[in-house]
Ligand binder design. Structure first.
Ligand SMILES: C[S@@+](CC[C@H](N)C(=O)[O-])C[C@H]1O[C@@H](n2cnc3c(N)ncnc32)[C@H](O)[C@@H]1O
Length: 263
């Protein structure tokens, strides 16, 4: 099994940022990102989104990326060399963001909340560092929206193992549908949500399978599922996604809300 810092997972995260770009542009515009904003990217990972945002979306602003994994931060810091001082990366966690109160305009977390055992605590911390009137925006996945046809016979077992493994680590593979409620429960204003379809029609079968299922194939194993079962699903998918009738669909959930004005 490969670690999450391995080359295949890095390639998957890079492809994910690139392939969902048109959808993410729509989401960020709706959520109110402006070219002068200071954007916080919590759980920035290897920094592909942060570098793109600093370069293309925030010509007058800046990005601070925060992650708990030092190996990913090291990879991310290579972007700082190409993008310059408008992107910086810092070590921290969702529960302890290394920024002062009210210091960012737009706090964003993409594909982080599925990993968190205390999402409310993370939101309280994102709220602390966001100025009154600023935005908190979340993007995440939800396995309920994943459809593949024709599907390998072992896919339901793989998805079940993925949910169980994530839950055992405190995370939630069905967090997408809950994002708006989490923002509401955190006392934020005007929570709104939007769902985006990402399909094999847009990106091709191979890219669809790599981005949506590649992660599971890399990290899943005993006690949740036998390696041979994972290998069989991967083998079958490789054949199936080549077939002219192959169709795959995943849903990306975005939600955003405003930090109440002070006083
Ligand atoms: C699926 S990756 C997403 C990376 C990046 N946001 C992206 O969309 O490409 C999840 C990231 O969250 C980070 N992470 C997980 N739990 C965290 C926590 N409690 N605090 C900060 N980062 C965390 C991991 O190190 C990893 O980089």
């Amino acid at each position: 099994m490969e670690s999450l810092d391995g080359p295949a997972e890095l390639a998957r995260l890079e492809a994910q940022v690139r392939l969902v770009r048109p959808l993410e542009l729509d989401f960020l515009a709706r959520a109110g990102l402006r070219p002068h904003h200071h954007l916080l990217d919590v759980g920035c990972g290897p920094g592909f989104f942060a570098a793109w945002a600093a370069q293309d979306l925030l010509p007058l602003g800046k990005v601070t990326g925060v992650d708990a994994d030092p190996a990913l931060l090291e990879i991310a810091s290579a972007h700082a060399a190409t993008v310059g001082a408008r992107v910086t990366f810092r070590a921290g966690t969702a529960a302890r963001i290394p920024l002062p109160d009210a210091s960012v305009d737009f706090a964003y977390a993409r594909f982080l909340f599925q990993h968190l055992d205390a999402p409310a605590e993370a939101l309280a911390e994102m709220r602390r560092v966001t100025r009154p009137g600023g935005t908190i925006a979340l993007v995440d996945t939800d396995d309920g929206g994943l459809v593949v046809y024709p599907a390998p016979s072992g896919l339901p077992a793989l998805l079940r193992a993925s949910r169980q493994a994530q839950a055992a680590r405190g995370g939630d593979r069905e967090v997408g549908r809950k994002l708006k409620a989490l923002l509401h429960d955190a006392g934020l204003e005007s929570p709104a949500a939007r769902v985006y379809t990402f399909s094999s029609e847009d990106v091709g079968g191979a890219a669809f399978v790599a981005v949506t299922l590649g992660f599971k194939a890399q990290v899943l194993g005993p006690p949740w599922i036998e390696p041979a079962e994972v290998a069989a699903v991967v083998r079958e998918l490789r054949v199936l996604h080549e077939s002219p009738g192959f169709f795959g669909q995943a849903l990306g959930y975005g939600a955003w809300a405003r930090v109440p004005d002070a006083g």
